[in-house]
Design a protein around this ligand. Structure first.
Ligand code: GUN
Length: 281
C-alpha cells in the first residue's frame, strides 16, 4: 500500500511558514492585500473565491472581493483592473476563471500588471517560467513541487510523465520538473501508447480531467503518483483522475482526492501574494 501524500498536512506547513513571514512584513507597518474579482454566478467559482478569502483571513492578508454581475462588459472589467493596477495598496490581483462567455479572458489576463498577477497567467509570467527566471508560479504546479520537496522526492534524472497539456497545469508542470532536472514527457488525449508511456514514469502527474482515468496497469510498481484531477465518479462522489483504490496498491506514494493537491493550490496563491508584496516593496 502506497504512502498517502497528505495535502492538508503539507498545506498547513506551507501556510504556517507564510503566516510567519506575513507577520514580519506587517511589523514594518505594511499590509499585504489581494484583490479577487468574480464575475457572474458560477457556483464552483463562488466556493473557490470564498476559500481564497478564508485563507487570506487566516494568514493575516487583507482580501478585497469584487463580485460583479453577469452583465459586466469587457470595458467595465478592464476599468476595475486598471484601477487595481494603479492602487499601490493592492499587491495581488486575481480574476476568477472561467469568465462569462461574452467576456474576453485573454484580454482581461493581459491587462493585469505582471507584477500583480498572482495566478501567473499573464504571457510575461508564462514566458518567465519558460526561461526559469520567475517571481510567480501557477499555483497548482507550484503546489505539486512543494509536495515533492516536503516528501523528499528528488526528481533529478528521473522519468517524469505529465498527463495533460493545459496552460494552467500540464505545460508549467512539465517546465518545473524540467528545471528540477527530471526527464519529462508530456502526454495528452491524442498520445499513442499512452499506457506504455505512463508505465515508464518514476513520477506520474495526472491532470487530464477524466474521472479514474489512470488505472493500476498504467503505473510502474513503486512510482509516485500525483493526482491533480477534481472529478465526480458514477455516484456523483468527488474523485480524481487516478483510480485511487487500485493504483495505491502499486504506487509507492500517492495523493488522494480530496485532500491532496487541492489544498496546496490556495497555499501557493498565498505564497504568490506574499512574494508580490515583497517584490513591490
Ligand atoms: N479557476 C479555476 N482555477 C483557477 C485559478 O487557479 N485561478 C483563477 N483565476 N481561476 C481559476
Amino acid at each position: 500500500m502506497a504512502k498517502i501524500i497528505d495535502g492538508k498536512e503539507i498545506s498547513a506547513f506551507v501556510k504556517n511558514r507564510i503566516a510567519k513571514e506575513v507577520e514580519e512584513f506587517k511589523k514594518g507597518g505594511k499590509e499585504i492585500c489581494l484583490a479577487v474579482i468574480i464575475v457572474g454566478e458560477d457556483s464552483a467559482s463562488k466556493v473557490y473565491v470564498a476559500n481564497k478569502e478564508k485563507a487570506c483571513e487566516a494568514l493575516g492578508i487583507k482580501s478585497l472581493k469584487y463580485a460583479l454581475p453577469e452583465s459586466t462588459t469587457n470595458e467595465e472589467l478592464l476599468e476595475l483592473i486598471h484601477k487595481l493596477n494603479n492602487d499601490k495598496s493592492v499587491n495581488g490581483i486575481l480574476c476568477q476563471l472561467p469568465l462569462p462567455k461574452h467576456l474576453d479572458e485573454k484580454l482581461i489576463i493581459e491587462n493585469i500588471l505582471p507584477e500583480k498577477d498572482v495566478d501567473a497567467f499573464h504571457p510575461v509570467n508564462v514566458g518567465r517560467i519558460m526561461i526559469g527566471d520567475y517571481d510567480f508560479l501557477p499555483c497548482t504546479p507550484a503546489g505539486v513541487m512543494e509536495m515533492l520537496k516536503y516528501e523528499n522526492i528528488d526528481v533529478t534524472g528521473k522519468e517524469c510523465v505529465v498527463l495533460g497539456r493545459s496552460n494552467i497545469v500540464g505545460k508549467p508542470m512539465a517546465m518545473l520538473l524540467l528545471h528540477s532536472n527530471a526527464t519529462v514527457t508530456v502526454c495528452h488525449s491524442r498520445t499513442k501508447n499512452l499506457a506504455d508511456i505512463c508505465r515508464r514514469a518514476d513520477v506520474l502527474v495526472v491532470a487530464i480531467g477524466k474521472a479514474k482515468f489512470v488505472t493500476a496497469d498504467m503505473v510502474k510498481p513503486g512510482a509516485v503518483v500525483i493526482d491533480v484531477g477534481m472529478d465526480r465518479d458514477e455516484n456523483g462522489k468527488l474523485c480524481g483522475d487516478v483510480d485511487f483504490a487500485t493504483v495505491s496498491e502499486v504506487a509507492s506514494a500517492i495523493t488522494p482526492v480530496p485532500g491532496g493537491v487541492g489544498p496546496m493550490t490556495i497555499a501557493m496563491l498565498m505564497q504568490n501574494t506574499l512574494n508580490a508584496a515583497k517584490k513591490q516593496l
